[in-house]
Write a protein that binds this ligand. Structure first.
Ligand code: GUN
Length: 291
């Protein structure tokens, strides 16, 4: 069993991004700039946004965070999005999800300028990605494809089972893995809460992606010997033995599943760093397109 070390892969690829950022910044006299909107004070979201800021600094990009109150109105939030859309010094914008319950996430996403939508969540980018046109591709699916390619794991003709049909991961990943060309050409089955005989379906897979958000859901009896297992889950589970009182758990029961795999991602340090890398790649791409 080989660990798919997303942290190491992302660090290696960040060096290329940093070189490209330096070249672009010299040419245009400014740095690519990522803006993040953070609504409320959810601790996990705060950590994610802080990590994204640090990533930007590490590769020589500018970043700014707009912190808004939990009780901000839809009008207040869309006004903030509009200001950033119109700011010529900002290349990419993300609105950290989840948003508080009174705000309609899809409605907010649709106010982002598609040319700055480096999360790839706007319907224009989703549609273009599905059609195989140049688009910002959502960061986690793009990061998973990059990780498979980094480890030279073949995808062409392979059976891939994805558990979880979210707009952010499952649906776009099914599209990417089944599209024509390098990193694609998989036969994809997209499973969800109504899928019948899930164990049997999963056991068919050469590549299993667990992206449903249920800690330790994927068990050894759901995985074929020699399969590649990608764990997208990252939940906080209570653990009184740690200082913070919690630890991170993936959607895969790692202890049970790992011995059966050819490759498996750890949590943390697998998919997460690759997601952050994709966001940097998209931000650089946004800056390049604007000039
Ligand atoms: N919340 C969880 N994942 C993501 C992501 O990729 N982008 C944003 N904006 N919010 C998230």
């Amino acid at each position: 069993m080989i660990l798919l070390d997303g942290k190491q892969a992302a660090e290696a690829m960040k060096k290329d991004i940093a070189r490209e950022v330096a070249r672009w910044s010299r040419e245009w006299g400014r740095k690519p700039h990522l803006a993040a909107i953070l609504v409320g004070d959810d601790p996990a979201s705060q950590t994610y946004v802080r990590n994204k800021e640090n990533d930007c600094i590490q590769v020589g990009m500018d970043s700014s965070v707009y912190r808004l109150s939990e009780s901000i109105s839809r009008e207040g939030l869309t006004e903030c999005v509009r200001t950033i859309n119109e700011d010529p010094a900002i290349d990419g914008l993300i609105v950290q999800l989840p948003l508080p319950g009174h705000l309609d996430e899809q409605q907010i996403i649709e106010t982002i300028d598609p040319a700055k939508d480096v999360d790839g969540f706007h319907p224009v980018n989703v549609g273009r990605m599905v059609l195989g046109l140049p688009a910002f591709v959502s960061a986690t699916p793009a990061g998973i494809v990059d990780l498979l390619q980094y480890y030279h794991i073949p995808t062409s003709g392979k059976e891939c089972v994805i558990i979880g049909r979210s707009n952010i991961v499952g649906k776009p990943l099914a599209n990417l893995l089944s599209r024509k060309g390098p990193g694609g050409d998989c036969t994809v089955t997209l499973c969800h809460s109504r899928t019948l005989e899930l164990e049997k379906v999963c056991r068919r897979a050469d590549i299993v992606v667990a992206a449903l958000g249920q800690p330790r859901f994927l068990k050894a009896n759901m995985v074929k010997e020699g399969a590649v297992v990608i764990d997208v889950g990252i939940s906080r589970v209570e653990d009184k033995s740690t200082k913070s009182g919690f630890r991170l758990a993936g959607d895969v029961d790692f202890e049970e599943v790992a011995p059966r795999c050819s490759y498996i991602t750890p949590v943390p340090g697998g998919v997460g760093p690759m997601t952050r890398l994709s966001l940097l790649k998209n931000t650089l791409q946004a800056a390049m397109k604007r000039n």
